[in-house]
Design a protein. Structure first.
Length: 81
């Protein structure tokens, strides 16, 4: 079993084998999820690829022109301050 020590600042170093198994690289984020069945926390990668965002936003119901986009941006900008 892999283990780590918590520093006085609450930091840990994730062992290289665990990082490899999870596919983690420098800069990746991890989450701690409570498994209510076991009462234990699970370490899970929070990073997702750009491809996972596909389909998140639906297609517009009608085409939007560049002029319409510029007008919407300008309207938001006038009340910004």
């Amino acid at each position: 079993m892999a283990s780590a020590t918590i520093t006085s600042k609450g930091r840990i170093t994730i062992p290289v084998g665990v990082r490899s198994d999870l596919g983690l690289i420098t800069g990746d984020r991890i989450g701690f999820v409570l498994n209510e069945t076991t009462g234990r926390y699970e370490l899970v990668p929070v990073t997702e690829s750009v491809e996972s965002l596909k389909g998140l936003v639906g297609k517009p119901t009608r085409p939007v022109s560049v002029e319409d986009m510029n007008a919407a941006i300008a309207a938001c900008g006038t009340g910004a301050k």
